[in-house]
Design a protein around this ligand. Structure first.
Ligand code: CTP
Length: 403
C-alpha cells in the first residue's frame, strides 16, 4: 500500500536535507506532498521539491485554486503521516501553542489524529533555550514524535546539539512512526556480524558475514519501540539509528559484552544473528609471522570459542532467545536439530551461501511445532517478520512489564 506522506519544510539551512528525504521517500514507494513555509522558500526553491515529488508544492493559505478555500483541511486528511523536517524553533512554537498564521501551521492544527513527526534543526543555543525546550515538552505531551536533533558541526560554524538528522535516519523515524509499538518497554539485545580471531597482528580468521541481517533486526526491534543494544562484530555498516551499538572484534569479546549487558539490565529478547567464529587461533602471535626461507609453513592450532547463544539460553532467567542457523544443505532438518541443541524456542535457518553479503534472503522459521518458510525478501522485510514473530511469542509468555 502506498504511504502518503505530508512533508512540511520550515525555514532553516537544513531544508536542503529535506530534498534528499523526498527523494528517498519516493524511492521507497511513498507519495509525497510537500508544504513549505515562506521562510523555507528562501533556502530551497519550491520547484526543487516539485521535481522530486512530482507534485505542486503547497505554499499559501490563500491559494485561489482551492475551490472551497479549505485546502489545508483536505491536505491533512489525504495523508497517512505528517512529517516536518526541518522543524525550526518558530515552527515548534506555533505547533505547541496552536497558532495558525500560515499554511504549514494550519496544517498542523488541522492534522487531527494523523501520526506526526517533527525533526527539529537549529543553532545549538537556540535548541538549548528553555522556551524551545518548553515547547518540545508540550508537543511530546500532545503525542507528537520528535526525531533528533543530532549533535555535531553546525552550518553556523558552532558545534553542538541542533543538527537535523540525516535523511536515512529520518526515513527510519518515519517507518517507526507508522509501526505499531509492540516492543515498547522491552529491552532487546542482539549479536550481529562476523567475529575476527587474531592470528598475529595483521592476520585473523573471519567469515563472509556482512552484518546486514543483524543490523536489519536491530532496526526492526527499534522501529517497534524497544530499547535496543547491538553487540556488533567488524562490519562496514554504520551503526543503526537509535540503537546502542557496542563494537567488538572477537567471539570472546562478544560473549563478554553480551553478559555485561545481561547484568546491567534485564533483557526481554536476545537475538543471536552473529556468525561467531567457532574456533580461534590457540595462541595469538605478537608482531607479524615472517616467512623463513626454506622453512615449512607455520602450524595453526585452534581453540574452541564460547557458544554465546547456548550459554545465554541455558541461564535460569534467560530472555526469550532467537537463534540463527547458517547451513550448507538439508536446511529444515539441520535447523530443527540446531534449535534443539541450542535450547532456544525460535530459530531462523538460512543457507549461508545464499545469504552472506546479499541484501535479500530466504529463511525458514523453526519452532517446537515445525518449520515454516518465509520466501525471499529484503533483509529488512524479513527482519520485521522475524521480530513480529518473536514479539508475539514474548507477549504471550510474559506481558509487557511496567517500568
Ligand atoms: N552462535 C553463538 N556462539 C558461537 C557459535 C554460534 O552464539 N560460538 C550462535 C549464532 O549466533 C547463531 C547460532 O548460534 O544464532 C548458530 O550458529 P551457527 O554458526 O549456524 O552454528 P554453530 O553453533 O556454529 O554450529 P555449526 O557451525 O556446527 O553448524
Amino acid at each position: 500500500m502506498t504511504r502518503r506522506i505530508l512533508l512540511g519544510v520550515s525555514g532553516g539551512i537544513a531544508a536542503y536535507k529535506a530534498c534528499e528525504l523526498t527523494r528517498l521517500l519516493v524511492k521507497a514507494g511513498c507519495s509525497v506532498q510537500v508544504a513549505m513555509s515562506d521562510a523555507a522558500t528562501r533556502f530551497v526553491a519550491p520547484l526543487t521539491f516539485q521535481a522530486l515529488s512530482g507534485r505542486a508544492v503547497a505554499l499559501d493559505l490563500w491559494q485561489p485554486q482551492a475551490a472551497d478555500g479549505m485546502d489545508h483541511i483536505a491536505l491533512a486528511r489525504a495523508a497517512d503521516a505528517f512529517v516536518v523536517a526541518p522543524a525550526s524553533a518558530d515552527l515548534l512554537a506555533k505547533a505547541a501553542q496552536g497558532r495558525g498564521d500560515d499554511l504549514l501551521s494550519n496544517l498542523l492544527l488541522a492534522r487531527d489524529a494523523l501520526p506526526t513527526l517533527l525533526a527539529p534543526a537549529m543553532n545549538r543555543a537556540m535548541w538549548a533555550n528553555p522556551a524551545v525546550q518548553r515547547n518540545v515538552a508540550l508537543l511530546r505531551g500532545d503525542g507528537v514524535r520528535l526525531a533528533g536533533p543530532a549533535s555535531g558541526e553546525q552550518a553556523c560554524g558552532e558545534t553542538g546539539e541542533g543538527r537535523l538528522l540525516e535523511p536515512e535516519q529520518l526515513l527510519a523515524e518515519i517507518d517507526a512512526l507508522l509501526t505499531p509499538q509492540s516492543l515498547r518497554g522491552r529491552r532487546v539485545l542482539l549479536t550481529a556480524g562476523p567475529t575476527h580471531e587474531p592470528w598475529d597482528e595483521v592476520r585473523f580468521l573471519g567469515n563472509r558475514s556482512s552484518g546486514k541481517m543483524g543490523w536489519a533486526l536491530a532496526r526492526a526491534a527499534w522501529e517497534r519501540g524497544a530499547e535496543v543494544v547491538l553487540v556488533a562484530g567488524p562490519s562496514a555498516l554504520a551503526p543503526p539509528h537509535g540503537v546502542r551499538t557496542l563494537e567488538v572484534q572477537t567471539a570472546q569479546q562478544m560473549r563478554d559484552a553480551v553478559f555485561a549487558e545481561l547484568q546491567r539490565a534485564r533483557v526481554d529478547l536476545f537475538i543471536a544473528a552473529a556468525a561467531v567464529a567457532d574456533w580461534r587461533p590457540a595462541a595469538a602471535v605478537s608482531g607479524k609471522l615472517k616467512k623463513q626461507p626454506g622453512a615449512a609453513p607455520p602450524a595453526l592450532e585452534l581453540a574452541l570459542n564460547p557458544d554465546i547463544l547456548a550459554e545465554v539460553a541455558a541461564l535460569a532467567d534467560a530472555p526469550f532467545c532467537v537463534g540463527f542457523a547458517a547451513e550448507a544443505g538439508d536446511l529444515h532438518a539441520q535447523a530443527q536439530a540446531k534449535r534443539m541443541r541450542k535450547g532456544v524456542p525460535l530459530l531462523v535457518g538460512n543457507l549461508g551461501a545464499q545469504a552472506f553479503g546479499r541484501d535479500d534472503n530466504a529463511v525458514v522459521l523453526v519452532d517446537a511445532h515445525g518449520v515454516r518458510e518465509l520466501p525471499r525478501a529484503s533483509k529488512l522485510e524479513l527482519a520485521r517478520r522475524i521480530v513480529d514473530e518473536a514479539a508475539a511469542r514474548l507477549g504471550a509468555l510474559n506481558p509487557t512489564p511496567e517500568r
